[in-house]
Design a protein around this ligand. Sequence first.
Ligand code: PLP
Length: 338
Amino acid sequence: MSQFVYQPHQQNGILLNANENPWDLPDFIRQEIKEALDTIAFNRYPEDSAQELCEAYSQIIQIPASQILAGNGSDQHLGLLIGTFLGKGKNLLTLSPDFGMYDYYASSYEAGILKYTIDPFSHLDVDDFIGFARENKPDLILFSNPNNPTGNLLNLDEIQKILAAVPCPVVVDEAYIEFAQGSAVVLLDRYDNLYVTRTLSKAYGLAGVRIGFLISNQANMDALRPLHVPYSVNSISAKVATIVLHHADWFQEQIETIKAERDRFKTLSLQRCRIQSSQANFMLIQTPEIEALKKTFKDNGLTIREYEGKDYCRITIGTPEENQIVKDVLEAFDKEEV
Ligand SMILES: Cc1ncc(COP(=O)(O)O)c(C=O)c1O
């Protein structure tokens, strides 16, 4: 039985808690989707390999479609990888903090979980991490890059160092890589132990559509494909996602806006709170008065991601209007008498 209980996130208030894209799809894409719905045979099972969708993603990441597996959110692929490489008596090595679903899947497969603790406000010491991995001999290493919740990014040299140092599979979860630079997919030809997961839930604004991708070299993908649940990408999601990917340039502009909005927070000069510089579409805010800050956000209708027992919270970059509210709240909090 799983030890880890998944907590559904809140869906009321100004939603800055799940790192979603703050804008829904524009009218011209919605119109294209409506017209495409007429072409779907609802009575038929979907085309199992979601070929058209994988081809569209292949154009974007410049990796052959045969090395891409589409799934019901990248969560499904994380579960597939954990289920494939782990089980009773095997160990996952991940970071603390990192994305909570790793614990959920590892514990549901009864695997052990080793955590390498990182300081959210400093860069991961890769040599020390490798030392920890060598000492503990995990069966799988999995971490998000950029890291959720810190927004810190390991560069490609650091990722290569890890891949070369360990014999086990290494999964780099790139749910937020569009907001940073340096995807590990360029390393797939060189490292047989590399697996990369990506999603359309964040930069491409399709959290409700549930599409993610798993990418590795051809031999690894040939081995994994038969283990993937058949028909897990439905015809509607595949069609919507394909249309969205055909408009990747439009989303690229939106990504640039979100990055510029994120970087505008750097100009805030605060005494009571520390904002971590981030390579993702969210940022970590730390303060010794975290309970008071969480209450202030709540009182102002802002829904953010809280971490029990920690002196920080995570806040998603929203629309410019939402971000202005966040800034005003932070500045007012900073000026309050303690
Ligand atoms: C690091 C990380 N990986 C994966 C996911 C899950 O993405 P998906 O919506 O594709 O299942 C999330 C969602 O918040 C995430 O933060």
